[in-house]
Design a protein around this ligand. Structure first.
Ligand code: ADP
Ligand code: MG
Length: 161
């Protein structure tokens, strides 16, 4: 077990959100689960495009999996992109094999993760979005207190509150 580190970032544009996501993506390793929380239009899917780009997946391939629930992307690091918006909750997610999906070999991104909180690993990376203006988003990151996430902290200073 290790402690957690917390970061508060401000994004003033979709490009900022992509940049923050790429910086986080560069710190991710196979086995990591990133739990994304925030209202519709907060930027969760855009953030996934940035993480995907950092993992070597073209951003235009990363589309919202709201209707499919899961999209799996092959790449240097495989990416499992999940959106649980249409699921009723953890029980339904469990029934369709969410535990297996969350323990996939690569990096796993989960939109609307709070709906399945009890299924998430305790060491998941949590990214919470708040819409604070037309083009402005507050992005809070909680991650295990590991050197690779401290590197992310160092790379994202220009966005820190
Ligand atoms: P979600 O997956 O959370 O529903 P999306 O990523 O699909 O959200 O959409 C976010 C929308 O908000 C996009 O249309 C994007 O252009 C817009 N937007 C405006 N400002 C920002 C910002 N700072 N960060 C992210 N998205 C932004
Ligand atoms: Mg989305």
């Amino acid at each position: 077990m290790c402690g957690k580190m917390y970061l508060r970032l401000t994004s003033n544009s979709p490009a900022d959100t992509m940049a923050i996501a790429r910086e986080l993506g560069a710190s991710l390793r196979p086995g990591d689960v990133v739990a994304l929380t925030g209202d519709l239009g907060a930027g969760k899917t855009l953030f996934c495009k940035g993480v995907g780009e950092a993992l070597g997946i073209p951003p235009d391939r990363i589309l919202s999996p709201t209707f499919t629930i899961v999209t799996e992307h092959a790449g240097p690091v495989p990416l499992t992109h999940i959106d649980v918006y249409r699921l009723s909750g953890a029980r339904e997610a469990d029934e369709i094999g969410m535990r297996e999906l969350l323990s996939a070999a690569g990096v796993c991104l989960v939109e609307w993760a709070e709906k399945i909180a009890e299924l998430l690993p305790t060491d998941c990376i949590q990214v919470t979005f708040t819409i604070s203006g037309d083009d402005r988003r507050e992005i809070a990151v909680a991650a295990p207190d590991l050197p690779r996430f401290n590197d992310f902290r160092a790379r994202s200073t220009r966005f820190q509150v």
